[in-house]
Design a protein around this ligand. Structure first.
Ligand code: ADP
Length: 484
């Protein structure tokens, strides 16, 4: 059986967030389970340099985008015998400094760029020597893939084409474009309607997938429930409720071969749940690196994030404002994104140089050192489809403080829910006060080494491995192919 995944990000070649990690890990886990797997993704700038062995596949193509024919070429990399990465080479679209935007501004041709990727994925599915049984798209960039496959089936009579599965990694990003963009699909206007990708007078890529994919998933069971409500549905709760029977929540897994504390080249000191001296050493090294006082008795809190409203950065800033004058705490932020939020963190760090560090930028290795060196990880998201950092924190024995939403709710256990299995601290209300209260619970926990050790042991032994989660995708693929 062959499954083709389509995604605009793929770790370790291109990444802005959890999508890249999830698609790469899912592909590998499905491959380990014995399926043939392909992933199709853009050949962004710099990818070739990072991927020894990547070579042109000898497959050039012209793809129509409205009145234009745009030439491109597949490159391929075969990291394992049953896993192939197909990179779409179209320099005009993908050889750019960033994936989606520069200086807070989306590239104006994002609709064309990602329709091109989508059409290349459909082309690959149609002409691959081993036709895929399942075409699994991820996020809005390839949201119209189920529509193209549906069109192939209905209008072109390709009844044996692949079935489609679509995963929503974040409902807030929908790919909504002016109606005229539809002409880039080269599909008849009769296919543009409310039961396909039309939404409030726009072409909505994500809605195309929600309307027409054979199977729908999102990345945690809790988020699957939440997005059917008005509060979390981002205007698409109607179609999601209609498709409720086809919507499943499958929590992302963690790639423990990369995110581990025992054999990790990014960490200065190895440790595990029963040998925590290395964690203390990582904390001291991190404090030193960040220019903070090296103090084992001061709790160190961390946050690694895209700087966006979703992640509750404003709540962190306000809670820190309340806590910092009086409490002996240290805090490190690693983030990039919104320039105002970045400046607010820098300003806080200027006011509290011995307590707060703001590292603005993207630094994968520093992310590991922060996860390992901190005592607590703060993640007060307004919504969180799955969230990976809280799961990394758990494995690193860094107690997560999270808002009870989406995957954060599914992966963290608060002592009020189960004192024996507690591995983190949860709060519900979206407010700086609620976060501050949770933060104070963390301070109390830090002051009680026996309780902290209990939380850490539970955290570090929690298992979110991909192999288990991938089985759930395989079950879904079988169900989509053969019925329940
Ligand atoms: P999202 O996908 O919404 O951004 P997740 O928690 O699911 O959030 O995944 C975020 C991923 O991106 C994690 O692997 C995290 O470590 C990484 N990440 C986010 N921002 C940065 C950054 N500034 N530097 C390094 N890694 C980052």
């Amino acid at each position: 059986m062959h499954v083709l995944l389509a995604s605009s990000e793929l770790h370790p070649f291109s990444k802005t967030g959890g999508l890249a990690d999830a698609v790469a890990a899912l592909a590998q886990a499905v491959g380990r389970a014995g399926w043939q797997v392909s992933v199709v993704t853009p050949l962004y700038r710099g990818v070739a340099a990072r991927a020894p062995g990547l070579r042109p596949a000898g497959w050039k193509f012209d793809i129509p985008l409205g009145p234009r024919l745009v030439s491109g070429e597949f490159w391929r990399l075969d990291p394992h015998p049953n896993l192939t990465y197909w990179f779409v080479d179209q320099p005009g679209f993908f050889d750019r400094p960033a994936l989606y935007n520069e200086a807070d501004r989306d590239y104006p041709d994002n609709a064309a760029r990602f329709l091109y990727l989508t059409k290349a994925a459909a082309l690959l599915a149609r002409h691959h020597p081993v036709p895929p049984s399942i075409l699994h798209g991820h996020d809005w960039q390839v949201g119209l893939l189920p529509l193209f496959l549906h069109h192939d089936r209905i209008a072109r009579g390709r009844l044996t084409g692949p079935r489609t599965v679509f995963t929503i990694h974040n409902l807030a990003y929908q790919g909504s474009f002016p109606v005229e963009t539809w002409q880039l699909t080269n599909l008849p206007w009769s296919w543009f309607h409310l039961e396909s990708a039309a939404h409030h007078g726009h072409l909505n890529f994500l809605k195309g997938a929600l309307s027409l994919a054979d199977g729908l998933t999102t990345v945690s069971p809790r988020y699957a429930e939440e997005i059917c409500t008005r509060q979390y549905g981002c205007g698409l709760e109607g179609v999601l409720r209609r498709r409720g029977h086809d919507l499943t929540g499958i929590l992302n897994g963690v790639d423990y071969s990369e995110w581990n504390t025992t054999s990790n080249p990014a960490l200065p000191h190895a440790y595990d749940a029963f040998h925590l001296a290395g964690k203390a050493a990582n904390k001291a090294t991190l404090q030193h690196e960040l220019g903070l006082p090296v103090r084992s008795d001061v709790p160190l809190f961390g946050n690694i994030t895209r700087l966006t409203d979703q992640k509750g950065c404003d709540l962190v800033l306000e809670a820190l404002d309340r806590l910092l004058p009086d409490e002996p705490i240290q805090f490190v932020l690693l983030g990039n994104g919104d320039t105002d939020l970045a400046e607010a963190y820098r300003e806080l760090a200027r006011r509290h140089p011995r307590q707060v560090v703001a590292r603005i930028g993207f630094d994968a290795r520093l992310a590991h050192r922060i996860e390992a060196g901190c005592d607590f990880y703060v993640m007060p998201s307004r919504f969180e489809p799955c969230g990976l950092n809280q799961m990394y924190s758990l494995r690193y024995g860094t107690i997560p403080i999270v808002r009870a939403t989406g995957g954060l709710d599914d992966s963290v256990i608060d002592p009020r829910a189960d004192p024996d299995l507690a591995n983190g601290i949860k709060f519900s209300e979206i407010s700086a006060e609620a976060l501050e209260q949770a933060w104070r619970k963390a301070l109390a926990l830090f002051a009680d080494p026996v309780a902290l050790q209990h939380f850490r042991l539970n955290a570090m032994t929690a298992d979110f491995s991909w192999d288990r989660q991938a089985q759930r995708y395989l079950d879904l693929y079988r169900e989509v192919l053969h019925g329940p």
